[in-house]
Design a protein around this ligand. Sequence first.
Ligand SMILES: NC(=O)c1ccc[n+]([C@@H]2O[C@H](COP(=O)([O-])OP(=O)(O)OC[C@H]3O[C@@H](n4cnc5c(N)ncnc54)[C@H](OP(=O)(O)O)[C@@H]3O)[C@@H](O)[C@H]2O)c1
Length: 192
Amino acid sequence: MQLTDNTIFITGGTSGIGCGLAEAFHKLGNQVIIGGRRKALLDEVTRANPGMRAVELDIADPASIERAAATLIADYPKLNVLINNAGIMPFDDLSGPVDDATAVSTIDTNLLGPIRMTAGLVGHLKRRPRAAIVNNTSVLAYVPLATSAVYSATKAALHSCTLSLRFVLRGTNVTVTAGLFPRGASPVTMTS
Ligand SMILES: NC(=O)c1ccc[n+]([C@@H]2O[C@H](COP(=O)([O-])OP(=O)(O)OC[C@H]3O[C@@H](n4cnc5c(N)ncnc54)[C@H](OP(=O)(O)O)[C@@H]3O)[C@@H](O)[C@H]2O)c1
């Protein structure tokens, strides 16, 4: 993916890796729009980075995703990059009772969220030159952490979906990447 001259939507841009990516892409002159639930943090990050924009988004809520996608397409017609970064990592222990609400929320946020967000924007992205979709997975997609089993499973599933998406978008202008952004390290991209 070209690192400049893009209009980029980053889910989970209010903290951590998403915020770091947003600021780095903003410094490179890209139009960056961040998404997240915490309005106060969206405002704080955009205030600190003049020109950066924000869209309220709960990636676990299909209606919120639909609203955000419609807003992005209407307000930022040059949008050409989607970075599916928002995620949660609860701990669990599959040897005992599992908290069902936590498991469902992890799957909604980490797996169905990126699938739905992509579905909401892929039609638009196919019409943009140099479009890209980046799914932030994890090394835990390959080697599960037994104490975050559901999280690890969502990242493995997201990696699988990324490969399928790349295949069905082959021959289009949309590149698809699984990105690993470990804390304290430079972004690493996986192309297979
Ligand atoms: N940290 C690592 O070492 C590491 C390594 C590999 C991969 N990852 C992946 O990288 C991504 C970011 O991790 P991080 O460590 O930067 O986490 P973080 O600091 O906890 O940030 C998570 C971000 O996701 C957003 N988010 C969570 N639930 C959301 C929801 N329902 N709707 C919208 N946004 C939501 C949060 O925004 P709001 O709370 O404002 O909504 C926040 O901006 C995750 O997908 C994670 O699995 C992390």
